[in-house]
Design a protein around this ligand. Structure first.
Ligand code: 5CA
Ligand code: ZN
Length: 411
């Protein structure tokens, strides 16, 4: 489906440091640092469009936007793929509750998401792929899994047999009891009678009365959740792509089960060299989630008049691996910070900017440490404002371009 648009990213002189991402490489992984001309392959789990993007979603997409920018700064091409779960139980449940057609609901929320991402200056994925437009390739992956003897039928539905996944557990590192708990909490069906193992998961759901369904060699039905991401990533990026990303709520079962599917279908492991997960953003001590209803929407803040660049700065002031709670004062602080930065780059000169570029690059190369990068710009801006300029007339423009290219903030 159509992605969104972005401004051109300024190119910066000098040499970036190789990125260190603090997540364990998968067994058999071969992560090589981005060399000029390399293509990096990134898959990030996209939204289920039954509600607008909240600040937790935005935090996840901003994190991978930083990764995208760091790779590009190192001279790599980035093949970035993001899915849209435009058919799934939560979408159908919301549509049923409000009496809206599920397609209209999804289309509207995807539009809001695109507008939010564009306003936040998140670089668009090269491939933005819906499930509904991918039914054939998803059914094809299920067929390949079946051909390998790793799937079985239960009352017309098709299940993946966890016993056929030799590396199961490599993504999450969890023990079986924890897996069973999380599977039950996060959309799985550990108690369904007739399964060979409670952890076996649904690949294809046969048509139910009143539910949308598509014809396929598996019979009429629709895909299970995990298989959409393994099929779309495999189709777009192949095996062993660089990073598979999403929020930490997707470690298990989603990424574990998706990896097992892709590895089974291709016979190649790992599905991705690294899995990178973003900590949950909360509100008042609870995970911000659609089901809990404690949401602050990007579109809501924008409608109230918030500068999207201030929203971006407020989110970037947190490291992706540390859970945090949103509070309104964070936006106020970001507004003040943005104003300081803007007045500093509007001065006719400043302290030399090359050190600022080096220090922002150093912070981001260290496990995407955005808060440290913001502090670098704070210090430069404070000195420039205090001295009403500096020795270098090129500096304001250089800092503006670095903040644009590396942090995605337009000053
Ligand atoms: N469509 C699936 C992925 S295939 C899904 O999880 N959709 S979602 O709309 O629920 O979430 C979209 C993305 O935001 C996912 O990567 C998810 O892990 C992430 N996410 C959800 N809630 C939060 C939160 N509170 N904080 C940070 N990231 C979150
Ligand atoms: Zn996914």
């Amino acid at each position: 489906m159509q992605s969104w648009s972005s401004d051109d990213v300024p190119r910066l002189d000098g040499t970036p440091r190789p990125l260190r991402l603090n997540s364990a490489p998968q067994p058999g992984a071969d992560p090589s640092p981005a060399a000029p001309g390399t293509t990096k392959r990134l898959y990030v789990c996209g939204i289920t469009p039954y509600d607008a993007a909240h600040l937790g979603h935005a935090f996840t997409y901003l994190t991978f936007d930083l990764l995208n920018r760091v790779w590009r700064d190192a001279g790599a091409e980035v093949h970035y793929v993001q899915n849209v779960t435009d058919i799934d139980d939560p979408l159908l449940e919301r549509a049923a509750a409000t009496g809206e057609d599920w397609r209209a609901l999804a289309a509207r929320e995807i539009d809001v998401f695109r507008a939010d991402m564009e306003a936040l200056r998140v670089l668009p994925p090269r491939s933005f792929v819906g499930v509904v437009e991918s039914i054939d390739l998803i059914a094809d992956l299920v067929q390949r899994v079946r051909a390998r003897g790793a799937a079985y039928e239960l009352e017309g539905d098709v299940y993946f047999s966890v016993a056929s996944a030799p590396h199961f557990g490599a993504v999450s590192g969890l023990d079986r009891d924890t897996m069973l708990d999380l599977f039950g909490e996060r959309g799985g069906d550990p108690t369904r009678a007739g399964k060979k193992d409670p952890l076996d998961w649904l690949l294809w759901r046969a048509e139910r009365p009143g539910e949308p369904a598509w014809d396929s060699p598996l019979g009429r039905g629709r895909p299970g959740w995990h298989v959409e991401c393994s099929a779309i990533s495999l189709h777009e990026l192949g095996s062993g792509f660089d990073v598979n990303g999403g929020g930490v709520d997707l470690v298990f079962p989603h990424h574990e089960m998706g990896a097992a599917e892709a590895e089974c279908a291709t016979g190649h492991a790992p599905q991705a060299q690294q899995y990178c997960h973003v900590a949950m953003v909360g509100l008042d001590g609870d995970k911000m989630s659609k089901s809990q209803g404690n949401l602050v929407f990007v579109s809501g803040l924008r409608a109230e008049g918030a500068d999207p660049m201030a929203i971006r700065l407020a989110l970037l002031d947190h490291h992706y691996a540390t859970p945090w709670d949103w509070t309104a004062d964070q936006l106020d602080r970001a507004v003040a910070r943005l104003a300081r930065w803007r007045s500093a780059v509007a001065l006719p000169s400043g302290e030399p900017g090359a050190d600022v570029v080096t220090a922002i690059r150093a912070a981001l190369s260290d496990d995407l440490n955005a808060p440290a990068a913001l502090t670098v710009v704070d210090r430069w801006a404070a000195r420039a404002i205090e001295n009403q300029g500096g020795t270098d007339p090129e500096a304001p423009d250089l800092v503006r371009r670095a903040v644009d290219a590396l942090l995605g903030v337009a000053l």
